[in-house]
Design a protein around this ligand. Structure first.
Ligand SMILES: [Zn+2]
Ligand SMILES: [Zn+2]
Length: 287
């Protein structure tokens, strides 16, 4: 499918640089400077992984934070200072980061259900169910090549998430654990309860239920995020999602599994765009 796109058809691109409980960072390359969503890997890892996709850290225009857990914020302040870019976060998340010593070049403000233009992309944050000290944001991101839904830490699929993800073209969503692997795995009972609770992390099975019941007709790609290395297996997460897609006649939807230790396949939203912005040429449509 991707092979049909010409070199000059490259559109908005999304690459999960790494995802899991040891650190999360995603690169979104839009019409302006690239944006980092979360910076929860070490600075060295972020810089190295950006390099593997041909992006200099100096070219990044902003860091956008989902919530104040260390696996999402780890190198945000250092990245901000080193490259003189703003860190966008809600006031409460900013307060938590500052209380733990984060000094950034500049802050940008996110507010629930309020759109914010960042590097030519329109981010609309909304709250999801997760156990960070301050609220956890998911994003609807409007781009010239379609809308991205982004939610990496979600204890349950809420009505808001269901509604806001309906008209997206690409979804990045958590597929944290397999229910049985968590249940019979090595974690303490209290940790298992936290992870599987409504403010914890989304299981493969919960994601499959969402896919079967609520996947919007415009969704072309689902990127599975925040897989547990202890309580999940990438192949099981992928199979569970693919089975759900097949079960509702949506085999055509692309599934990408993000990993903790390596950069995931890049999603080029231009592949699905009927017409590319100002250039006005037709993309070779795969269907
Ligand atoms: Zn996380
Ligand atoms: Zn979290």
């Amino acid at each position: 499918m991707r092979g049909l796109a010409r070199e000059d058809d490259i559109g908005i691109r999304l690459t999960v640089l790494g995802s899991g409980s040891a650190g999360n960072a995603t690169l979104l390359q839009g019409p302006d400077q690239p944006v980092l969503i979360d910076a929860g890997l070490s600075y060295r890892d972020v810089a190295r992984r950006l390099d593997t996709v041909g992006v200099s850290p100096h070219s990044v225009g902003a860091v956008v934070i989902t919530h104040a857990h260390g696996d999402h914020t780890r190198c945000a302040a250092l990245f901000s200072r080193r490259h003189d870019v703003p860190v966008f976060a809600t006031m409460a998340t900013r307060a938590i980061m500052e209380s733990s010593g984060a000094e950034v070049a500049a802050w940008g403000q996110l507010a629930c259900d309020t759109s914010c233009d960042i590097c030519g992309l329109r981010f609309t944050p909304f709250e999801v169910s997760h156990d960070a000290e301050a609220e956890t944001m998911a994003f609807v991101i409007e781009t010239p090549d379609g809308t991205v839904g982004y939610a990496t830490d979600v204890g349950m699929v809420t009505p808001a998430l269901r509604t806001k993800f309906r008209d997206c073209r690409v979804l990045v969503i958590e597929s944290n654990h397999a229910d049985d692997l968590l249940q019979f795995g090595p974690y303490a009972r209290s940790t298992k309860a936290r992870i599987s609770g409504s403010r914890g992390h989304l299981s493969n099975e919960s994601l499959a239920r969402f896919v079967r019941a609520d996947l919007g007709p415009s969704v072309r790609c689902v990127v599975l995020a925040h897989l547990s290395r202890v309580n999940n297996v990438p192949e099981i997460a992928e199979m569970t999602c693919r089975e759900a897609l097949a079960g509702c006649g949506r085999d055509e939807v692309q599934v990408i599994v993000s990993r903790q230790d390596r950069v995931a396949e890049t999603v080029d939203l231009g592949v699905w765009a009927a017409r590319r912005g100002t250039q006005g040429y037709q993309v070779a449509l795969p269907f």
